[in-house]
Design a protein. Sequence first.
Length: 230
Amino acid sequence: MAAGLFITFEGGEGAGKSTQVRLLAERLRAHGTDVVITREPGGTPFAEQVRALILSPSVAEHTALSEALLFYAARADHIGKIIRPAMAAGRAVLCDRFSDSTRVYQSIAGGLDRKVFDALEQLVVADAKPELTIILDLDPSVGLARAEARRIDAASGEGNGERNVDSDGAGRDRYERQALAFHEKLRAGFLAIAAEEPDRCVVINANRDASQVAAEVWSVVDQHLQRRAG
Ligand code: T5A
């Protein structure tokens, strides 16, 4: 793709992706970089509609292929309307989850054939791949507890409750309701991707204060930018 910067954040539930996207954006903006913050599923009106359907606890039962096709339908719109234009304009795109989440949730943990995943990835993403992926690694029980604490804050009016649109009566979306073993599989899946693609992926220990995590994220991004410039 063209000259812009495309960084994705990946990891399990409550690992701190949205928090770190926001903190990195602040830091890049302070250095004069034009930043676009976006997320998946979502990022465009159509993709947000698909998000509401996929994450709804009341969505009818469906196959892993149907689910993957929905994620890629949303992704095609997101890439075409947001990611490619921002990259062409030389902007920095920070995306909260992207294709690695499909590979982990729908393929590694969900059973979608790897060849089907690769074919969809080639068809929809092609060269619109992130040049850097930060994987926030955290014991899933800690991440789920953080998500739970946020729900309690939102219910008591202290949080913004932004994610409740996707959730059930208890405030959890369809994936957060899965058993711990599923979440352990996700964690192993993200670590396997990082081991397979060390040039693109960096694993960061997310079991620390958000400011400590942010400092390491910045160090990784700074090194990446220096390598790129040199
Ligand atoms: N999905 C997505 C797929 O199955 N396939 C796909 O292809 C894609 C793209 C998206 C769901 O869709 C699935 C994966 C997901 O299940 P979502 O609501 O976007 O749903 O879910 P998450 O991305 O997991 O979002 P979360 O909000 O749950 O997690 P984050 O973004 O990792 O965490 P964040 O930053 O919102 O923080 C959570 C809470 O912890 C606190 C925050 O203040 C917040 O309250 N926190 C910390 N607390 C202590 N220490 C730290 N270091 C902290 N950092 C943040």
